[in-house]
Design a binder for this molecule. Structure first.
Ligand code: ACO
Length: 325
């Protein structure tokens, strides 16, 4: 028997500390690092980002976003029987951020685990939740993307530290009588692991390697635009739809130029693309559910519309979820 799954609630949370490009440029200037609002806006489209205060972890942001998604779905934490958190900035090596979120939202007993696919993490998490619901392993999943990327940035490297922000976004995915999720498509290629990575690890009681983000921006850009078009087309083909059926494209929010280029390749006007990168920066696994929640709450996305969610990130990983909202 095929089972359908649909998103019944969305939620998000941004830490209150907001830094405009000018604020960040002023902080960096104190360290002798030069950048400007003009450079950042022109190359990336980013105008501001949010940074979590010291002591606030991904699980704190995730729990807030999760509770808002539960409220929107009209259910409580006790109704959830699966929790998946996508993050590259977990609170600890272990236990998982998902188990911390489970406790913080007041749930217990259901399976809870993290997925690690960097900026594609939410797409991976949503696809895994969908597969588990279809397999009969759960009825109601809470899927969250949450990051405190500010903790892994090198604030001496102006080519990367201006790009990222912190935040969390969440959805409740439930079994339903009608779709719902129409198609999913996931990929990874570890040959490209070095172009975007945080090459550090914990060993023998010390942090070894360099635990801050390293990126070859131009290599990432080239790979990203190719695979974002490819995965969108694959999900459309699996569902028997075409680009014209997409009401909203909700891509990972890395850089406005990657998003413009993807929209152009898919022959979608920019008016059909949900853009938050200007206000949030790149929040990695949180960026897609944050953008989704924003557009649901401001009334742009309405029930019955067809949404293309797609991401690309370190690994390299990429993938998409096509759904009827
Ligand atoms: N402020 C001012 N100048 C800067 C800054 C900055 N923040 N950063 C770099 N520059 C300077 C460089 O030093 C260089 O100066 P030079 O010509 O005197 O040597 C000049 O700007 C150009 O630098 P490039 O690195 O060549 O700039 P580029 O045009 O490639 O833009 C960027 C860099 C924005 C990172 C671009 O490569 C890009 O968009 N890449 C995509 C990567 C991305 O978005 N990653 C996000 C994470 S990946 C993901 O989420 C999938």
């Amino acid at each position: 028997m095929s089972r359908f799954c649909r998103i019944t609630g969305t939620g998000s949370y941004l830490p209150p500390r907001r830094l405009t490009n000018a604020d960040l440029a002023a902080e960096l200037a104190v360290k002798g690092i030069e950048t400007s609002d003009e450079w950042i806006v022109e190359r990336t489209g980013i105008r501001a980002r949010h940074f979590a205060d010291e002591g606030v972890g991904s699980s704190d942001l995730a729990a807030q976003a999760g509770l808002r998604a539960l409220e929107a779905a009209g259910i409580t934490a006790a109704d959830v029987d699966l929790i998946i958190v996508a993050t590259s900035t977990p609170d600890m090596v272990f236990p998982s951020t998902a188990t911390m979120v489970q406790h913080k939202i007041g749930a217990a007993g259901c399976p809870a685990f993290d997925v690690q696919a960097v900026c594609t993490g939410f797409i991976y998490g949503l696809s895994v939740a969908h597969a588990m619901l279809q397999a009969g392993s759960a009825r109601r999943a809470l899927v969250i993307g949450a990051e405190v990327f500010s903790r892994i940035l090198d604030f001496k490297d102006r080519t990367t530290c201006v790009l990222f922000g912190d935040g969390a976004g969440a959805v409740v995915l439930e079994l339903a009588d009608a779709p719902g999720i129409l198609a999913t498509d996931l990929h990874a290629d570890g040959r490209h692991r070095d172009i975007l990575c945080v090459p550090g690890h914990v060993s023998g009681g010390s942090v070894l390697g360099d635990p801050v983000l390293k990126m070859d921006g131009q290599a990432v850009f080239k790979l990203a635009v190719g695979v974002l078009e490819e995965t969108a087309r694959t999900s459309l083909a699996k569902a028997g739809l075409n680009e014209g059926d997409i009401d909203w494209l909700i891509p990972h929010q890395a850089n406005i130029r990657i998003m413009q280029s993807t929209a152009r390749k898919l022959k979608l006007p920019l008016e059909k693309v949900v853009v938050t990168v200007d206000q949030h920066g790149n929040t990695s696994a949180a960026s897609i559910p944050l953008a989704l929640d924003l557009a649901v709450r401001d009334g742009r996305i309405v029930r019955g519309q067809t949404l293309m969610l797609e991401g690309v990130g370190g690994g390299f990983t990429w993938g998409s979820v096509l759904l009827r909202y």
